[in-house]
Ligand binder design. Structure first.
Ligand code: NDP
Length: 666
């Protein structure tokens, strides 16, 4: 068998392994299948990222980068078969590869889509709204986020070479930061193949992504305060690396060991759909990826009276799992990544065995490679036990423990001192509330499932790109994903205090108080391209009469007393007497600013942040200020225009304000 030379991609060059390269063995045959590593020039790699990749990425808008990510994900999806084929040597089954490869591509697509929908078509991301810092509005505040100007070093664990890489690359590149990816050596050949594809795609700017296959060398010694290290792996490595870079100012995000738990609710006893659901999820978490998942269930916390039933059901399920060569279609659980990893898991299981009884372990597993049978433990005294709450055996190993009552279950769940995820299987909303309040601060994700959600629920072990992945304490304290939250790790938030004109220039979004431009024609007659930020239409006034109010009330059926009964309205602290409906004002506003002929405005798609600020009484005259606030291209033919709309009365008091959304042709 040829030994694959796993190359690095450094400073624009593919580099074959050299002195100090490490052999990599197949998890299923034990043969050496690849080698990786060798001297690289870390300073040159960092310079390449920061001098080429960073500026090129930052020159693109968030939308350009989101489109690039989407194209990259689709490119990989077209070519994923070789990634599956290679992945068998990591020990995983086809189902495991789909989680890794398809899951990673899907994550990239979601982040790309969120980038298009939730980030501006520009270079500055706004965090929150404008803060009024002065009485007259000449001095305002706005938090902005801009990309860090260094490099992100992604140090990944062995278990998900593709998902682990893409879930970090997507938010990093969307932020506008270049990355150097350092996969775990034992499965890095799969990641390297995907990086090769990404480079072949021609979709990435030069310097945006580099790859270290094998040891990281002195890469971390060269980092500073504009850099980020995003680490997934063991707590021991995280602590060592964190200590090493302390003082250099680089951000350090860690996802490390996690004693994830699953709680069976007191209501979810044998015979309920929830009991069966718990057993299904627990079995899947022990055996998928042979238990080598950062989110796998390590501790099962179940009602004391149901302990025997849980153990029996799990033993039956585990005995039915086919363990063997993952290339066989009938195999349900493959091998661990390496014999070293298996030895580590067995050593940790031995520690757990000092406090808990091993109630299930099959003996017939293939001898070659790194196979092991699932091991199920029962701990009779989880209060006195220490090791079961501290030891992560990163394989198909879990411990069942009984609880007396819900507070006891909560105490046991929190004894893990921080996890990525804890699940609760219950049909009782009161239990869900008590557990959420009792354990929330200890766990990064809380997964609650019952008969209502089980057909669509995504599984205890699946981190979703929309939701935060990470956890406090033992889990490392880092956060990843969570939609745009994950992008923020690669950006700096800055509080900008300035005049409205300054803020408008910086953010590309018109701020009330900034200069208004008089349009050469009605803005509804001007194309998306022609419209300028700050372009403003001031309408003629319209007097609101009592007849208008009564007509609107009877026409719509909204005969609320504030519009119809003068005495009742006057008794209300908000109104001087009968007032116009807010919706009538909105309709009159549209009547004042709309240009009726066919033109570039295609559709009105909504209103945001509507506020009625002052009542309008019969006889008041309202006029409207309509200003182009922000423009975003949506398709090849049209884009979204956000208009700032303000209604004033005859005394120039603001009576209503909102953001209007329209789609306008280019
Ligand atoms: P490690 O901590 O051994 O390695 C993680 C990553 O760190 C690998 O890419 C590794 O590279 C790299 N690394 C190790 N030493 C250095 C160094 N000095 N400088 C730079 N990079 C370094 O974890 P594993 O991947 O081997 O996984 C083992 C354990 O990690 C599991 O048993 C489990 O406890 C935990 N884990 C936790 C996860 C989580 O999210 N909670 C996920 C996966 C694993 P190399 O491979 O080249 O040594």
């Amino acid at each position: 068998m040829t030994v694959q030379q796993v190359q690095s991609f450094a400073a624009g060059q593919w580099i074959v392994p050299g002195a100090g390269a490490r052999p990599i063995r197949s998890a299923i045959t034990g043969e050496v299948i690849a080698e990786a590593g060798g001297p690289l020039d870390p300073a040159a790699m960092i310079a390449f990222a920061t001098e080429k990749g960073g500026p090129a990425l930052r020159a693109m808008t968030f939308h350009d980068r989101a489109k690039m990510l989407k194209a990259l994900a689709l490119y990989l999806r077209e070519r994923r078969q070789p990634l599956y084929d290679l992945s068998f040597h990591t020990g995983g089954t086809m189902a495991d590869h789909r989680t890794d490869v398809d899951g990673g591509i899907g994550t990239m697509l979601v982040i790309a889509s969120k980038g298009r929908r939730e980030m501006p078509e520009g270079h500055v991301y706004l965090d929150g709204g404008v803060e009024q810092l002065s009485r007259n509005g000449t001095f305002l505040g706005q938090h902005i986020c801009t990309p860090l100007q260094g490099v992100a070093i992604h140090i990944n664990a062995f278990n998900f070479p593709i998902w682990g890489m893409l879930e970090k690359l997507a938010p990093t590149l969307l932020a506008g930061m270049p990355a150097i990816v350092k996969p775990a050596t034992t499965s890095g050949y799969v990641a390297a193949r995907a990086v090769e594809m990404m480079m072949d795609s021609g979709l990435l700017p030069e310097g945006a992504v580099q790859l270290v296959s094998g040891s990281a060398g002195g890469l971390l010694d060269h980092l500073g305060m504009q850099d980020v290290i995003s680490f997934t792996g063991s707590a021991a490595t995280a602590d060592m690396l964190r200590g090493g870079v302390m003082g250099q100012g680089a951000r350090f995000l860690a996802e490390q060991d996690s004693l994830n738990a699953s709680i069976l609710g007191p209501d979810a006893l044998p015979g309920t759909p929830e009991f069966d659901l718990f057993i299904r999820e627990a079995t899947a978490e022990m055996t998928a990826k042979a238990g080598q998942k950062c989110t796998a269930i390590r501790r099962m916390i179940v009602p004391q009276d149901a302990t025997e039933a849980v153990l029996d059901a799990l033993k039956t399920n585990l005995a039915a799992i086919t363990i063997g060569d993952p290339r066989e279609k009938t195999t349900q659980m493959g091998a661990l990544i390496s014999t070293d990893q298996r030895d580590d898991v067995l050593a940790k299981a031995a520690l757990i065995g000092a406090e808990a009884e091993c109630v299930y372990s099959a003996d017939a597993v293939p001898e070659d490679g790194a196979f092991m049978a699932p091991m199920l433990f029962h701990c009779a005294d989880p209060d006195a036990a220490q090791t079961i709450h501290k030891t992560e055996a990163f394989g198909p190993v879990a411990t069942v423990m009984g609880y007396r009552d819900l507070p006891h279950a909560i105490t046991l769940a929190n004894r893990g001192e921080g996890s990525l995820v804890t699940s609760l299987i219950t049909h009782d909303t009161g239990v869900a509330r008590d557990v959420a309040l009792g354990i929330g601060s200890y766990h990064g994700r809380l997964y609650i499932n019952d008969r209502t959600s089980m057909a669509e629920a995504t599984g205890h072990g699946s981190p979703l790109p929309h939701m935060v992945h990470g956890g406090p304490g033992r889990a490392g304290g880092g956060e990843e994903l969570g939609g745009i939250r994950g992008v923020m790790h690669y950006m700096q938030r800055t509080a900008v205090q300035a005049s409205p004109d300054m803020l408008t220039a910086i953010t590309g979004q018109w701020v009330p108080g900034a200069a208004e431009q008089t349009a050469p024609a009605h803005p509804f007659t001007r194309s998306f391209t022609d419209l300028q930020i700050g372009e403003t239409l001031i309408t003629d006034p319209r007097t609101v009469t009592l007849d208008d109010i009564e007509h609107f009330a009877t026409f719509t059926g909204d005969t609320f007393y504030a519009h119809m009964d003068d005495a009742a309205a006057a008794a209300n602290p908000f109104f001087p007497g009968r007032v116009a409906h807010g919706y009538l004002l909105l309709s009159f506003a549209a009547g004042l600013f709309v240009e009726p002929n066919v033109g570039p405005v295609l559709a009105n798609t909504g209103l945001n942040t509507l506020r009625f600020q002052k009542p309008v009484s019969p006889g008041d005259a309202i006029h409207v200020r309509l200003t182009v606030r922000r423009k975003t291209r949506r398709t090849d033919t049209y884009g979204e225009v956000r208009w700032h709309v303000t209604l004033f009365n005859q005394d120039s008091d603001q009576v209503a304000e909102y953001e209007l959304l329209t789609m306008n042709a280019y």
